[in-house]
Design a protein around this ligand. Structure first.
Ligand SMILES: [Zn+2]
Length: 365
């Protein structure tokens, strides 16, 4: 299949618009029209991973972390980033990253951690603002259903577990068609009144052009009237970190021992245990210290994340146990998650999980 089939599917699950400003998710090297039949999935895109793609006949490396974050000015092999990009281009290997956009969705990196830890009642820890908009349009009564259908089909009307959400109110629209127009109803030069339905529906801002296109195609009028509203509502389905609950409250030390086993970590750096049972657990794959106050506010007993600095550990203030399990360790199952997501859609497509352990951190035990 074409590379674009795979990348548009991944971006339908984790839209690029959900990535953080500093990120560089998306197709980094390669052409969307490139034919592919094998993909290699890895947490990081290192030289060893690109070598593995070459020897195993994979035409694309799908990694969580982008190999390139900043603009590259020279390609003389001085840094590993330049060498990886150069090698990929020379061997016609596409490089694709699905990073903070995959961190931000309900079924992404953090859901995989929650699943591994056996957490239930999971929700996004800090839902994101500014991702939702509202469309209001006015449609003749007869065509209201076809327009609603088209809007829903294009992605409007989702709130939590509910779909096809809209509000509809009847009223009267007026218009006078001018010279050169070809009105669907009424006559040129005469004011016309038409029974219309005002349809309101919420939509993800990143789907706006698709939704407007669907509206214009389904609407019978030559000039379609619609209003677009920016909303300050949170999108509960998109954001940073996750929080969930253990089926049964556990002793803190037992819980940490359990994480060590299930997340396959050699060591956990943590703040003082508080001598209470662990029930609520907040998680953030990778560097999550910025979420600490949200984890405390949400009543989490333990916050599992990585990349904690010495001084940041003091911020626990006896209110929560911070458990730094390591960046690679916290996100290692993202590789399996990506394989599962791709296989769900393209069951005959060959996906290979990297055999390279890309963790640059070693433990001297
Ligand atoms: Zn990461």
């Amino acid at each position: 299949m074409k590379l674009s089939q795979l990348t548009s599917y991944l971006e339908s699950l984790a839209p690029l618009a959900y990535q953080e400003d500093y990120d560089n998710s998306g197709l980094i090297v390669g052409h969307p029209d490139q034919e592919i039949n094998h993909a290699l999935v890895s947490l990081d895109c290192t030289e060893a991973v690109v070598d593995e793609a070459i020897t195993t006949g994979c035409q694309v490396v799908i990694s969580h972390h982008p190999i390139v974050f900043k603009g590259l000015k020279k390609f003389n092999g001085k840094t590993y980033v330049e060498r990886v990009v150069e090698k990929a281009i020379r061997h016609n290997i596409a490089l694709y990253a699905i990073h903070t956009n995959l961190d931000s969705i309900m079924d992404g990196v953090n859901a995989k951690i929650c699943e591994t830890l056996g957490l239930t009642n999971t929700r996004i820890l800090t839902p994101r603002h500014g991702l939702l908009k509202k469309l209001v349009t006015f449609v003749p009564v007869e065509q209201a259903e076809q327009v609603r259908k088209a809007l829903f089909h294009a992605g409007a009307g989702h709130i939590g577990n509910y779909s096809e959400v809209s509000f509809n109110a009847g009223g009267t629209g007026t218009f006078k068609a001018g010279e050169g127009s070809n009105p669907y109803v009424g006559e040129v030069g005469m004011r016309h009144s038409e029974a219309e339905v005002r349809i309101e529906s919420i939509y993800p801002a990143n789907l706006e052009s698709k939704i407007i296109m669907a509206l214009v195609l389904a609407h019978p009028y030559e000039e379609v009237a619609y209003d677009l509203y920016s909303l300050t509502n949170q999108n509960q389905q998109v954001g940073s970190g996750m929080i969930g609950e253990l089926e049964e409250a556990m002793d803190e030390a037992d819980f940490l021992a359990g994480i060590k086993a299930s997340m396959d970590c050699k060591v956990i750096r943590h703040t003082a245990l508080l001598g209470r049972r662990v029930k609520k657990v907040a998680v953030c794959g990778g560097s999550g210290s910025f979420l600490l106050k949200h984890a405390i506010a949400a009543g989490a007993d333990v916050f599992i994340t990585a990349d904690y600095k010495y001084h940041e550990f003091f911020d626990a203030e006896g209110k929560i146990v911070i458990a730094d399990i390591g960046h690679f360790e916290s996100e290692q199952f993202t590789q399996q998650l990506l394989c599962e997501l791709i296989q769900k859609k393209f069951s005959n497509f060959a996906i290979r999980l990297t055999k390279v352990n890309t963790n640059p951190v070693k433990y001297f035990i």
